[in-house]
Design a protein around this ligand. Structure first.
Ligand code: ADP
Length: 161
């Protein structure tokens, strides 16, 4: 049997309940999901790459079908290298759709064998995004309800990159 492998690329700065839900739902569609943290040297992150990966690893420590990795360069190149025929993305709003449409169409033009698959966020996750969570953390607020229950933000130091 051919394994259906999907890559879920993103910044995950930090991982949110929105990301977690998309991955959990996608496990019924794919045999394996690689959460691939984009290591973009030009894009400054709040949490270091190691910290972001550590958080994600903790969230999915009991799910052997979820792998955690990082990458530089093109997402489609990463997919080909890892035998993944699907790119998983989440959609919250029409703004997400327009952004994702362009990326997916360009990815398709570059690598026609890789399909982008979108899952619509559940309504309660529509306003959840990493930028707002980082703002809450920077301002000393409690962002715990927006991150997966299995991680505690106080265990991770940010703002150093
Ligand atoms: P990027 O930096 O590529 O936007 P993110 O880490 O912000 O990466 O998000 C990765 C993926 O998860 C994207 O497809 C994004 O649309 C999706 N996503 C982010 N937040 C949510 C959410 N609350 N519900 C569903 N999908 C989400």
């Amino acid at each position: 049997m051919i394994n259906k492998i999907a890559v879920f690329p993103g910044s995950f700065d930090p991982i949110t309940i929105g990301h977690e839900a998309i991955v959990k739902r996608a496990l019924s569609l794919f045999d394996e999901i690689i959460i691939a943290v984009g290591a973009n040297a030009l894009k400054k992150s709040y949490y270091s790459l190691e910290t972001r990966k550590a958080m994600i690893s903790k969230v999915f420590k009991d799910e052997p079908r979820v792998k955690i990795d990082h990458y530089e360069g093109l997402t489609v190149d990463y997919c080909v290298k890892h035998g993944a025929k699907y790119i998983l993305r989440g959609l919250r709003t029409s703004a997400d759709f327009e952004f994702e449409r362009a990326i997916a169409q360009v990815n398709k033009a570059m690598e026609s064998d890789v399909e982008s698959v979108f899952l619509l966020a559940v309504p309660e996750h529509t306003p959840v995004n990493s930028t707002i969570i980082r703002d809450i953390i920077r301002s000393g607020g409690d962002a715990s309800r927006f991150v997966p229950a299995s991680i505690s933000l106080k265990d991770y130091k940010g703002g150093e990159d």
